[in-house]
Design a protein around this ligand. Structure first.
Ligand SMILES: Cc1ncc(COP(=O)(O)O)c(C=O)c1O
Length: 372
């Protein structure tokens, strides 16, 4: 085994000369044309994303948080509607709901970090108007049963596809599930440009029309704003880079699934939990549970293997949510997933991680347990 090899959790540097040049060419072409806002790249990107997600409409915007805000605002539901969502997600899922004037209600998660459907069913009340599904870490939730619940109780389904965009479950494609699907295309995501970005997709024409206005301060034409909103437009330079990225999707997906396979094959007998790779579910993060996780974490960090924890994904644990709930007399129950999260280590995971680096991570974990 190598004695030392630095393994970053994630690397956003673009070291491939050909890829960097292609991105620079895209940027150059936008700068030379000079249409930096609402350029033709936006229209082309929306058309490609519409086809990828199998939807009738796709609208790009400035971030995943913005996409979610637009998605919540676009639903024909009364203000202060209750919206059920998993307790585990990035805080944007809840914050954009609050900013759109609705009330997030959290549902506990199962062993696989996804919303527990039995508990979800038990939390539906007459005030519930929608359910948000988040496919955390790129692993797909129990969409069939969630869709059935939506149908039975006449609820809207909103997908937050930020960590799973383009993944498949049966005939469904993440980024295209539910009445509105809202995804981040920010730089850390598997499919991303070079800056912040997001996309909303829908099959409902009125929702598409409303979001097009809400996306830019409610403007319905050059002279009139019809709705109160903010500016959520994506810039043309990023749209150009995202178009370039579409050509690399397969390569990125292959690299990520190979890394997941390597980790799984080497660590499945030593980990208490490790996600079994599914070819259609490209991981975003790679969560594992081991004995003595605190000591293991320190051991790996000393070896310059950057493992992380995702306690920040426990939304009810954030001060902003605790404060919101206490101001609105909402009770936050105790969620078992808080314990799950506290025991979870995220292994370095990115398409740029080499086989040598991944082997070093696995060998180091073996090394740790050998000496226990
Ligand atoms: C599940 C989830 N929802 C929403 C977001 C917010 O996306 P953005 O950072 O593009 O605003 C993220 C970002 O990581 C996310 O992981």
């Amino acid at each position: 085994m190598k004695t030392s090899l630095k393994v970053p959790f994630l690397s956003l540097a673009i070291n491939d000369d050909l890829k960097r040049q292609k991105l620079l060419d895209r940027i150059d072409s936008v700068l030379r044309r000079g249409i930096l806002i609402d350029g033709p790249e936006i229209v082309e990107l929306e058309e490609k994303l519409r086809i990828i997600t199998g939807r009738q409409h796709a609208l790009v915007c400035s971030s995943g948080t913005g996409a979610l805000y637009l998605g919540y605002r676009s639903l024909p539901i009364p203000p202060k509607s209750e919206i059920l969502m998993p307790a585990l997600s990035w805080i944007s899922t809840a914050q954009s709901c609050i900013m759109a004037g609705h009330i997030p209600k959290f549902v506990d998660c199962n062993e696989n970090y996804q919303m527990d459907v039995k508990q979800l069913a038990g939390q539906i009340t007459e005030k519930t108007k929608a359910i948000v599904v988040v496919n955390l870490c790129g692993m797909m939730s129990d969409i069939d049963n969630i869709l059935q619940l939506c149908e039975k109780h006449n609820l809207y389904l909103i997908e937050d596809g930020s960590q799973s965009f383009g993944n498949r479950i049966g005939m469904l494609i993440s980024g295209g599930i539910g009445t509105v699907s809202c995804s981040s295309l920010g730089a850390m995501k598997a499919f991303s440009g070079i800056c912040e970005g997001g996309v909303v997709t829908t099959n409902v024409e009125e929702i598409d029309r409303l979001i097009r206005k809400l996306r830019y301060v409610g403007m319905e034409n050059k002279n009139n704003s019809a709705h109160i909103s903010l500016n959520f437009r994506m810039d043309t330079v990023n749209a150009g880079c995202l178009l370039e990225e579409i050509d690399c999707v397969e390569e990125i997906s292959d690299a990520r699934i190979s890394l997941a396979n390597l980790y799984y094959e080497k660590l499945c007998n030593i980990a208490n939990y490790i996600p079994k790779p599914v070819i259609t579910e490209i991981p975003y993060n790679f969560p594992c549970r081991f004995e003595k996780d605190r000591e293991l974490e320190q051991f790996l960090l000393k070896k310059e293997i950057e493992v992380k924890r995702f306690s920040s994904h426990y939304m009810p644990g954030h001060d902003s949510i605790v404060d919101y709930c206490s101001r609105h007399n909402l009770i936050l129950p105790v969620f078992s997933c808080e314990k799950l999260i506290s025991e979870t280590l995220l292994l370095p995971f990115h398409q740029c991680i080499t086989v040598e680096q991944a082997d070093y991570v696995c060998d180091s974990i073996f090394d740790f347990f050998k000496n226990q």
